[in-house]
Design a protein. Structure first.
Lengths: 355, 416
């Protein structure tokens, strides 16, 4: 993340393995934590918290997809379907068995991991575009199953109302309360991913991504690690789906359709593949961009367009800006927002003595 | 000299401040905010680009006439691209703006916001979207379909088929061609019950998403099942495909009736034009065409501003639905303001105002619905319009069908 520094010489393995080797990084992280845990909920209007809530949920989903696509180099167009697996598992457990969220949440994640590992089996034989099509089939099969099995979907409407999450008898319902709920799980997800990618498993993933035959030769069990990658990625997706379910109070498969999978996949390019910070930036960027475009439009659009025609004319502007940004990133900064941030940081680290 | 100058400046400043204060307090007191969710760029943009301008035009018409009981309406529109998270964000934004009611758009969005609306005590209208069970005002106090739900529509479609087939369905065969999603499957329970009570044979044909490929299903219908009547319930691009396919296989379109999302001018045009779709029956929950006083007023308003009539009127089916939704919102607001004796209404007042809507037909554009605290659907009224002589012609007046059966199912769904 934003804490590596050259010229730091460690004297012990523990120091070398530390997540935040520099004091400044530790301070930054602590400051961010205070900002998000104390300052933001106290100072922000509920509306802005609701946007952050959506970002927090999206971060979990993006981290999961990044583990699979960014770190292991396997492609998946079934991410949204894994979210729906998690969502429906949790919803059914919450409604039929009256279980609290701290059981349904990991249960939803585990079920998604199981299904994800099964869908990931073709990855052992096929790669690239072919794998994309195989996971696409997974997406469609899961969608169809949920739509057609009332036992899972809870009837023709395919939506299950879930009670609000409650902690020690205290029901979380306002945006502010849900904010802490979501923030907790998102922080856990971020820390877990940071640790995962520098562990033995994470290094195996990277080896598979860079050259899977070489990885096999140096003794990495491809079968195990590819499926593990699918399972972990789907676990994140499942948790993301559960968080959506609790946040909205309903599990509905129509919000996890193929468009969402493609959205996540297409947008991961903007964030930067294979970086945790990239996933976070990506989720923030994608959630905020339409809102920022709308604010701009509402504030300044009247200067250029007839106000009564504004909604019609400029709705499409967002799509144009979005498309242009993707192309721009692909051409000018293929490594995404993460790289952009590093460039800025590196520039200012030596500023003003840039020689 | 100095004193005079200062004096003058002071007067000017004071007057300015007073004017500003008066202005802003007037704006605060005499303005209400409507939230409108819309889809102009997503999966259902074929509807949104016509429906939402209709909504805005009606509100603009009301404001140009001095507002509702002295209150101007400000509409905040958010395009959610038919996605759920932006719909959630839109709701919070509307709340921040101080909305008194919210126009919902889309079935999954309605489902996702149902609980939130109840917690925030803000009414949401979902005409043609969302669960049929939302008609039950006791169960969903803040959700108002304010138009025939899919259950009511399909009951009316069966009734229409019965009339067209000579008054009895006994021994007849009806095919149901539907989009394979929750909205498409929702009417099945009603159809199955009616098949038993009316004595017709029902067979269902699902079209998978995205619904542009249905040659096999239509061949099955026309070649094997050979029904007496076909009820279609499709969305987006698929209604036009169904018209083309049925016609291509030689099935008479006069024996086809489509539910409300397969019934716009755009669908007919995409299927090859009005002459090609001769005889096709389309169900409507708002009036069709420009032959209504309110539409004329909107056109006059545009003329008064020196502009041509809105081009969205080409697809009057969706445009008029937008006008209808806006008109019902305004009517609810008017009831609320009247009930409070002219004071600014809260969202709770507007919700009560919506439950008082009765006998509000807007010259035939809106069905004669009666919304009550129990019935948020207003009675499930529909019209059937038929493609004839290059345009839609009205075949039936407003009618409702099999209300007892719908009530029975509402009761049953409330119990589990």
């Amino acid at each position: 993340m934003f804490h590596r520094e050259s010229g730091v010489f460690k004297t012990s393995y523990a120091a070398d393995m530390a997540l935040y080797p520099l004091p400044i990084a530790r301070w930054t992280v602590a400051a961010l934590l205070v900002l998000f845990a104390v300052v933001a909920p106290l100072s922000l209007h509920e509306y802005y918290l609701s946007i952050i809530n959506l970002v927090l949920i999206a971060v979990v989903g993006a981290l999961g997809l990044n583990i699979l696509v960014g770190y292991t180099g396997q492609i998946s167009i079934g991410h949204a379907a894994f979210m729906s697996v998690g969502a429906y598992t949790a919803a059914n457990l919450a409604v039929k068995a009256h279980l609290p969220f701290w059981i349904t949440l990991p249960a939803g994640g585990l079920m998604a991991a199981l299904i994800g590992a099964i869908v990931g089996i073709p990855s052992l034989r096929i790669k690239g575009l072919y794998l994309a099509i195989a996971t696409l089939a997974g997406q469609l099969i899961i969608e169809w199953t949920i739509n057609h099995v009332p036992w899972i979907s809870g009837g023709a409407q395919a939506s299950i109302q879930v009670p609000r999450p409650s902690l020690l008898g205290y029901e979380l319902r306002t945006q502010g309360q849900l904010y802490f709920f979501l923030l907790f799980f998102t922080v856990v997800a971020i820390v877990a991913t940071l640790n995962l990618v520098r562990s033995r498993i994470g290094r195996a993933f990277v080896a598979i991504r860079d050259q899977d035959i070489a990885a096999e030769i140096i003794g990495i069990d491809i079968f195990r690690y590819k499926l593990l990658s699918f399972a972990i990625s789907s676990f994140y997706a499942g948790v993301c789906g559960v968080l959506y379910t609790y946040y909205l109070g309903i599990a509905n498969y129509e919000q996890f359709q193929i468009v969402v999978s493609i959205d996540y996949l297409a947008m991961i390019i903007i964030g930067g593949l294979g970086s945790v910070l990239g996933s976070i930036l990506r989720a923030t960027f994608v959630t905020f961009l339409p809102i920022v475009i709308r604010w701009t439009r509402e504030s300044f659009g009247g200067l250029f367009f007839n106000p009564s025609e504004l909604p019609g004319t400029i709705s499409s502007l967002r799509l144009i800006v979005f498309g242009a940004l993707i192309i721009l990133f692909l051409v000018m900064e293929p490594e995404g927002l993460n790289r952009l941030w590093r460039n800025i940081r590196n520039y200012f680290r030596v500023w003003p003595f840039s020689y | 000299m100095w004193r005079l100058k200062g004096h003058r400046l002071g007067v000017v400043l004071a007057a300015g401040t007073m004017a500003l204060a008066a202005n802003s307090s007037a704006a605060q007191d005499k303005e209400v905010v409507f939230g409108l969710q819309c889809d102009r760029t997503g999966a259902t943009q074929t509807v949104g680009v016509f429906l939402c301008p209709g909504y805005h035009d009606y509100i603009a018409l009301m404001n140009s006439k001095g507002g509702v009981e002295g209150f101007k309406i400000r509409v905040v529109e958010i395009d959610h691209e038919y996605k759920v998270p932006p719909a959630m964000e839109a709701h919070e934004r509307f709340k921040k703006e101080g909305e008194v009611l919210e126009g919902l758009y889309g079935t999954p969005q309605t489902a996702a916001l149902a609980k939130k609306l109840e917690e925030d005590k803000i009414l949401g209208t979902s005409p043609g979207f969302g669960a049929a069970a939302a008609a039950d005002g006791k169960r969903f106090p803040y959700l108002f379909p304010v138009a025939a739900t899919y259950w009511s529509q399909v009951a009316a479609a069966v009734e229409f088929a019965k009339k067209q087939l000579g008054g009895s369905l006994n021994g007849k065969k009806i095919a149901y061609l539907f989009f394979d999603n929750p909205a498409g499957k929702e009417p099945l329970v009603i159809l199955e019950d009616l098949a038993k009570s009316e004595g017709f044979e029902l067979r269902t044909f699902a079209v998978p998403s995205p619904g542009v490929e249905m040659a096999a299903q239509v061949l099955d219908i026309t070649g094997r099942f050979r029904p007496d009547f076909v009820i279609t319930h499709l969305f987006g691009r698929s209604p036009s495909v169904s018209i083309k396919e049925l016609k291509g296989k030689g099935f008479p379109l006069s024996k086809v009736v489509s539910l409300v999302w397969g019934s716009s001018e755009a669908d007919i045009k995409a299927a090859g034009g009005f002459s090609a779709a001769q005889g096709y029956n389309a169900m409507q929950f708002a009036g069709v065409g420009e032959d209504f006083p309110v539409i004329k007023e909107i056109i006059d308003m545009y003329k008064g501003e020196g502009k041509p009539a809105p081009k969205e009127l080409d697809t009057s089916v969706y445009y008029n639905r937008g006008v209808m939704i806006a008109a019902l919102h305004v009517e609810a607001l008017r009831n609320a303001i009247k009930a409070k004796g002219g004071a600014a209404p809260t969202s709770e007042d507007v919700k009560n105002g919506m439950e008082m809507v009765k006998g509000f037909t807007l010259g035939g554009l809106v069905p004669p619905m009666t919304i009550t605290p129990e019935d948020h659907e207003g009675g499930g009224w529909v019209q059937v319009w038929t493609v004839k002589n290059g345009k839609f012609e009205k075949t039936t007046d407003w009618f409702q069908a099999h209300r007892d059966l719908i009530k029975k199912h509402l009761l049953a769904s409330a119990q589990n």
